[in-house]
Design a protein around this ligand. Structure first.
Ligand code: TYD
Length: 141
């Protein structure tokens, strides 16, 4: 499958006025295509750090740089794409079984992550070789 058909950029609604900005992420199939069970955020990483480096068997994610910017390299085992997250209104939807690296964090980056599942280390694939093998097995079926 073409990698561009696997992930999706979401544009959240914005209700800014003279008092400031307000961005809304309606979950459960509206803006975010799943019910959110977990939220975490990453900050204090810098331009030398690569985070992520894993795929998830079950969890879908939406990533939002609510401040600053970062890049996400998305890999499906046969092709890769890079998305820059640099606006609070922009979300990146990633379904399960995509390999992801997050990197090039700006000093003020706050990367908010919405997840469809509770944390379970057993559903993380942290070896790229294992991931490649699984994807090759899947495409050969
Ligand atoms: P890690 O998966 O390395 O984070 P990232 O992929 O964003 O670089 O997680 C770092 C540590 O935090 C690791 O010990 C697992 C723990 N953790 C949780 O306990 N719950 C969570 O929801 C997440 C994302 C991580």
């Amino acid at each position: 499958m073409n990698i561009k058909d696997q992930y999706r950029i979401i544009e959240f609604g914005e209700f800014g006025d003279e008092r400031g900005n307000l961005v809304v992420a309606e979950c459960g199939g509206i803006d975010v295509p799943f019910e959110v069970k977990r939220v975490f955020y990453i900050y204090g990483s810098d331009s030398t750090i690569i985070r992520g480096r894993h795929a998830n068997r079950k969890t879908s994610f939406v990533l939002i740089n609510v401040a600053g910017s970062s890049k996400v390299k998305i890999d499906n085992g046969s092709e890769a794409d890079i998305v820059e997250l640099n606006r609070p209104r922009m979300g990146l939807y990633l379904p399960p079984m995509l390999w992801k690296d997050m990197y090039d964090f700006s000093p003020d980056s706050v990367l908010l992550v919405l997840a469809s599942e509770h944390y379970n280390e057993n559903e993380y694939i942290r070896s790229y070789e294992e991931y490649k093998r699984l994807m090759e097995d899947q495409s050969g079926e």
